[in-house]
Design a protein around this ligand. Structure first.
Ligand SMILES: NC(=O)c1ccc[n+]([C@@H]2O[C@H](COP(=O)([O-])OP(=O)(O)OC[C@H]3O[C@@H](n4cnc5c(N)ncnc54)[C@H](OP(=O)(O)O)[C@@H]3O)[C@@H](O)[C@H]2O)c1
Length: 300
């Protein structure tokens, strides 16, 4: 039973995409274990509904709600401002929000939407919250990737996918970026007390399969009967957020609560460094936007 796991009393956890699917289950389970949970939702009404249900079923009233749409990097920055106004600690950051997009669309920041929502927004969110994570050590960052990352390649010359868009191509690239980011962060955060993990939750029957249609529809036709429940799918997320004894596995990729070998490309340190540098530019962090006297963003 998940509820018999590690207590999370006095821990503050931020969960993105917390109104639905895996994020919703994760937020509820962390609340049940006594954490202060800060839910992030794209749409306020959906967030409020999930927030009040979680308070009701867990009896834990320390469930906050912040809203942000990750198709806007400005919205991510506002989310961080709000967070910092209300909380000074952050023990667990769970980058869970994600989507699949049938068509190629650019965000208002000029990035391909899947890449921005699934990877770039979490990159920015994580960087802007590093002070809080470091100040709260031991702390963790959990990035919800996917087995789809195995088919990602990351074409740095075509991150906006002008040369040929495919739903799975876009999704795989974004999820490979998350695995590379997780490993790069672990290297940069060594000795800081902040650990990082990425994972595949399994094929889980959530709303993510119901949204797109068309050529992606064949996947939607896989009966949810053959998929994991969100409760089962969230187990690895909760494990990585709470389990003691995995601290020396920082940077690693997990599936079914076990460390797994991720794709060849995901171990490419040069690729990870290049991705980091490009992401800093795309997020407007270049030049140390967060730099405070003597350390932080440039130093990690
Ligand atoms: N389900 C699977 O089989 C599976 C497999 C591998 C990996 N994953 C990953 O698991 C994570 C959670 O997905 P899920 O399966 O639980 O799907 P879900 O039920 O659709 O949940 C996705 C969450 O992300 C939020 N989100 C989507 N677009 C957003 C945006 N522009 N800004 C902010 N938030 C946004 C959604 O908000 P709204 O509800 O408002 O849209 C929702 O809260 C995703 O990263 C997904 O890629 C899922």
């Amino acid at each position: 039973m998940m509820s018999e796991g590690q207590t999370m009393a006095n821990r503050v956890c931020l969960v993105t995409g917390a109104n639905s699917g895996l994020g919703r289950v994760t937020a509820e389970e962390l609340s049940r274990r006594g954490a202060t949970v800060v839910m992030v939702a794209r749409v306020r009404e959906k967030g409020e509904k999930a927030q009040s249900e979680i308070k009701k079923v867990t009896g834990n009233q320390s469930v906050g709600l912040l809203c942000a749409d990750f198709t806007s990097l400005e919205s991510v920055r506002k989310l961080v401002e709000e967070y910092k106004k209300n909380y000074d600690k952050l023990h667990v950051l769970i980058n869970n929000a994600g989507l699949v997009s049938l068509q190629r669309k650019l965000t208002q920041n000029g990035n391909e939407t899947t890449f921005q929502v699934n990877y770039l927004a979490p990159f920015l969110l994580t960087n802007l919250l590093l002070d809080e994570l470091k100040a709260s050590k031991p702390s963790r960052i959990v990035n919800v990737s996917s087995v789809a990352h195995y088919s990602g390649e990351l074409d740095f010359n075509d991150l906006t996918m002008e040369k040929g868009y495919g739903v799975m191509r876009a999704y795989s690239e974004s999820k490979l970026a998350l695995v590379l980011f997780t490993r790069e962060l672990a290297r940069r955060l060594e000795g800081s007390g902040v650990k990082t993990y990425s994972l595949h939750p399994g094929a889980v029957g959530t709303n993510i399969w119901s949204r797109p249609a068309g050529s992606f529809g064949f996947i939607m036709k896989i009966p949810k009967l053959f998929m994991r429940t969100p409760k089962k799918g969230a187990e690895t997320i909760i494990y990585l957020a709470t389990e003691q004894g995995i601290e020396n596995q920082s940077g690693e990729y997990f599936d079914d609560k076990r460390m797994r070998k991720s794709s060849e490309d995901s171990y490419d340190e040069e690729k990870a460094r290049k991705l980091w540098e490009m992401s800093m530019k795309l997020c407007g962090l270049e030049g140390g936007a967060q730099k405070k006297d003597g350390d932080e963003i440039l130093a990690i």
